[in-house]
Design a protein around this ligand. Structure first.
Ligand code: ATP
Ligand code: MG
Length: 290
């Protein structure tokens, strides 16, 4: 007990004992960035929302930890003992099978019409997916990771696709490495619901997970497998490819900022970020999964 699971300038996440049960306490650090602490309340909201969704729709195979306590500067929830969908050392074939389960879960959630109150919309507000662009572009442009020509090309791809974007219930920060645990009963547990919204841009979670797989897996075939798997399972709605393309391009631009930021904190995937940007700028969805 007392083991620190994660700690940065925003939050401390640690194991605690809560009334005799193993639990996790996520608390605000004194150095937290402005506006971030409020997202803890959104996390509590997301946990309640998705617990209810999981009960109403057992087919989505979703598990959400029990919320034990919520205060302005911390929350305590049930500890879940399970492996992430992907982690170093897990063989590729096993990761692919697990990603098929995640793809199925996201395809099933995608079939649910959005409902409920929106309390937080980050940069995946389906009405304005370019909200974060000013912030995301500056450092990578200055550092030479991206060029103005590429930024213009991103805008040229996204602009005509904007009318097709629609809302969907979204985790908002989905990471196959950090925020999805595969449980023994086959359900997938979602962690870190700070960015949860019932009205994120459709396919945002798919794009978020895809870009992270492209960033962190040894072989980019893993990311491609995931996207292909999702396309095989998802409902074939009108303008699906347009919506997917728009949000993957948006996330790939966000990835340029993340790669710059993470490099300064000791994790370097800038080469992968460049590689994916070149790929998406060809504006052919099939290149992203084939
Ligand atoms: N209920 C839980 N059961 C098991 N492990 C947990 C639980 N909650 C959090 N963790 C572990 O702690 C890590 C950090 O938690 P969380 O993602 O909520 O914090 P964060 O500061 O928002 O992190 P991030 O940088 O990923 O946004 C998770 O990636 C997971 O490994
Ligand atoms: Mg987080």
């Amino acid at each position: 007990m007392g083991e620190i699971l994660q700690q940065n300038e925003d939050f401390k996440v640690e194991m605690v004992d809560w009334q005799g049960r193993p639990a996790v306490r996520k608390s605000v650090q004194p150095t937290i960035s402005p506006g971030r602490a409020e997202r803890l309340q959104n996390e509590a909201y997301g946990m309640g929302f998705l617990k209810d969704l999981a009960k109403k729709h057992p087919k989505v195979n979703l598990f959400v930890p029990e919320l034990y306590e919520i205060a302005p500067d911390y929350l305590i929830h049930e500890y879940v003992e399970a492996e992430p969908i992907s982690a170093p050392g897990i063989p590729s074939e096993k990761i692919k099978k697990r990603l098929d389960l995640l793809a199925q879960q996201l395809a099933d959630i995608d079939r649910i019409e959005p409902y409920g109150k929106t309390k937080f919309v980050g940069n995946f507000d389906y009405r304005d997916i370019r909200k974060g662009f000013v912030k995301w572009i500056a450092p990578p442009l200055e550092g030479g990771q991206i060029t103005q020509r590429q930024v213009d090309a991103v805008n040229q791809i996204i602009e005509p696709l904007l009318p097709y974007l629609g809302p969907r219930i979204s985790h908002g920060d989905l990471s196959p490495h950090r925020h999805t645990l595969l449980m023994d009963d086959g359900r997938i547990c979602w962690l870190d619901l700070e960015n949860f919204t019932p009205s994120g841009s459709r396919y945002y979670d798919v794009a978020r997970a895809y870009v992270r797989l492209f960033s962190f897996e040894n072989d980019i075939a893993i990311a491609k497998h995931f996207l292909k798997s999702f396309l095989n399972k998802a409902e074939g709605v009108e303008y699906q490819r347009e919506q997917l393309m728009a949000i993957i391009v948006q996330r790939t631009l966000g990835m340029q900022f993340d790669a710059w930021y993470d490099d300064r904190h000791g994790t370097d995937y800038r080469v992968r970020a460049k590689q994916l940007l070149e790929l998406v700028l060809q504006n052919k969805l099939e290149l992203l999964y084939g």
